[in-house]
Unconditional design. Structure first.
Length: 63
């Protein structure tokens, strides 16, 4: 079995965690989103990197 090359994986894991944390903070601060907040919470938590990107591009509502 090959060993995992953490030098390639770690930056993606850090990016994923940062985007999720920033997305959760943003979701807590904003009053209105496109769709229910509880759904965006689930997408941010379980959607990994793609869930955070979708929230920032689609979920946030411009006032």
């Amino acid at each position: 079995m090959d060993s995992v090359n953490w030098g390639l994986i770690m930056p993606l894991l850090i990016l994923q965690a940062l985007l999720a944390i920033i997305g959760l903070i943003s979701l807590a601060k904003v009053e209105h989103t496109r769709g229910p907040k509880w759904l965006w919470l689930i997408i941010l938590i379980f959607g990994n990197l793609l869930g955070s990107i979708v929230y920032f591009t689609v979920g946030r509502k411009d006032i």
